[in-house]
Design a protein around this ligand. Sequence first.
Ligand code: M6R
Length: 466
Amino acid sequence: MIAQLIETFSQTLSVEIAITTTLKLLHGSYALLVLDSNDPEKIYAAKYKSPLIVGQGTDGITVASDLMALIGYSTDYHALDDKTFLVARKEGIRLFDLNNESLDLHFKPIELDDQDTTKGEYAHYMMKEIHEQPSVLRRIVTNYYEKEKSLIKPEILESIKSSDRLYILAAGTSMHAGLIGKQLIEKMTSIPVEVHIASEFAYQKPLLSKNPMFILVTQSGETADLRACLVLINEHHYKSLTITNVPTSTLAREATYFLELYAGPEIAVASTKAYVAQVGVLAIIAHELSNKSIDLKKELSIAATSIEHFLESEDILTLVREYLTRRNCFFIGRGLDYHVSLEAALKLKEISYIQTEGFAAGELKHGTIALIEEGTPVIALISDPLINNNTRSNLKEVQARGAKTFRIVMESCKQEGDEVILENVHPLLTPLVMVVPTQLLAYYAALERSYDIDKPRNLAKSVTVE
Ligand code: M6R
């Protein structure tokens, strides 16, 4: 329809004016490239809400929806603003607003290289990214603690402290990281935190406190559901902080403040290292707001080492072959482990297509236990000695109904027969480590089924539609 409109207007107007006339009629989000068969040397590009980036290099001009796509083609990039429109030809680029008034382009160097975007020694990006997690945590420690200037500017902390309630908004894996963030902030400070699914918040805004502050957690920085929330937040002039892996992204640019995850490009659709980075950065924010009784820098380094030791010794494939043979699976846990269960379930279902649920272990008996039958896999996550026995007793309940169970535990909770034992870390940082075996379970389950691990069906890396 857009092409038809442009074609119709161009009967009487120049192509450029035909395009802007069409754009003014459009509602909703778009990222468009337009080619005119009468003048194939030009590319016209325009966007509203969806991302669009133009790159230039010695070989010409490239337009893409993601900075990573420009690597190898361009050396510099300009991220288009909403309702701007460009005309690119070999000799150069011109930028306009929708009234066809000329605008300036601001090119910046692309600071990613091929190494960031190749698989290296790994068969899949997901495996590479799982193995990068210890170095991601260490990079976060270096960048947040060892740089001369603190990345968390005093005004960010002041804005949070002067608010009466924090609202963490996110989707999918990032929302699961947000749930951990809530626990960390509430346990280290006295600031109450709510976590909301972005797509729900945008259209069912809850009753807000008098002086709210919003934290948007997003790997890509382009999630449309979250953008809809930010538009609302900005309309009310509330303060916002985006925590993202992509500093050039729309949500980084449009929030009051942003902080970077430093996870490096995450290419597999299934998010792994970005989750660990999100939990790491949320832990640092919580710590900065607290009385700093924990040596967080040291504790994050211990967590990085614990992940590394697990990755050196893991034998998850055997567990997958023995246990994950069914169409369904359950992860259970309590407290922080419950939130990790949600993430573990999302990871397993999105790449292995096994129907998986994450459950609060104590909640199973209130209905879901009816689904347990002979051979149903139930995986318990246990990291807190205080509730170790409670979760184990829930495990016995499902075992008695025929479930095939196994345990992923922290050393402090280990008992004879536990299948995966992880080196102890600070009790608030267990999610960083507990999640890793569950990522590998998902990976090997998908591998066993010969599925496309990095590009699971029906999914996209940046979800730029609502
Ligand atoms: O880029 P974002 O973090 O905003 O993306 C949110 C979700 O779409 C994303 O976390 C999704 O759930 C992952 N593919 C899960 O692995």
